[in-house]
Design a protein. Sequence first.
Length: 386
Amino acid sequence: MTREQIAAEFQRRFEGRPRFFQAPGRVNLIGEHTDYNEGFVMPFAIDRHTIVAASPRNDLKIHVHAYDLAETAVIDLADGPRLRRGTWLDYAEGSIRSVADRFNFKPSGADMLITSSVPIGAGLSSSAAIEIAVGYATLALNDIRFDQQELAFAGQMAEHEYVGTRSGIMDQFASVFGRRGTAMLLDCRSLERTYVGVTDEQTTIAVIDTKVKHNLASSEYNTRRAECEEAVKILREHHPGIGSLRDVTAEMLSRFANFLPQNVMKRSRHIVSENKRTLAAADAFMQEDFESAGKLMYESHASLRDDYEVSCDELDFLVEVASDLTGVFGSRMTGGGFGGCTVSLLRKDSVDELRDTSVKLYATKFGFEPDFYIFESADGASEILA
Ligand code: GLA
């Protein structure tokens, strides 16, 4: 939708002239499930956005229209918060109330129209894009000057309290701090960001959506996080200096293997090795050594499949198909897992082959076609000025 179309839709429903805000989705290149273990991730924001058109009201009501779903809701800020309805409204209400809490102000009412081009439920952070766009709009309409990092944390708070997933900070950081032309190596402990170019003239990144989302995704996510916390608890008895799996080495893990339940051992092995891979991949990308970066992506996938156990047949199949093509450097699942997308690093002249082969073989095996995307990297959230 163009800005004019969004403005026209807004005016059909509400009064006043809206301001416009955008926040992008993201693809993670490598560093999966490491964010809530104070590790390293390497996402880039994509040129698919949530856009919020918003104007203030004189009361305490938020009238919010989700254009793509053709649904309207009213949140009365005079009432207590409503948590975990299990619908899109959790993201919107969660974000408004979380920024109000985090920045300590009482928001006025507002009219909001939300529309998004981020594929939903595909592991591309459509949820963080809503949280950040709505949070940005709420802060701006109330004239609150804000630190962008705090906006990202408010988005994460919405995810924890209102949606019920104990997610890390990768998605919200990518949506806030993305930078066109680069991926962002984020140290989830120090929060230091290093922007890295990840393609050259001949190289590109393809994203393939399995179009499945197995419904254990959210409960298994919280289970994985609990397993990582259990590992830290046990390992601390032997090494009191350990604050998170970030502090654990492969040597420590093998030394204490007998003290860790098998599932906890496997989860830890993934996190420890994934942190190493992510740093090595960032180096490889900086040197435009796509062979090495791609190899690390394949290894990341194997570790997520075998040790972290968050992949699924559809994702494994697409990675397998990609690995048979010579123009593909690497491929892996991206995002939380149990469905969603793969991300592949490949030569530009192999894009057609990857698309055609994946679509054909996937459709033959699973009975429906996956979606194929080439996204451009994009800047993080902003107000859209005329
Ligand atoms: C989801 C979460 C992120 C991150 C990924 C896995 O996208 O929201 O915080 O943990 O899964 O890497």
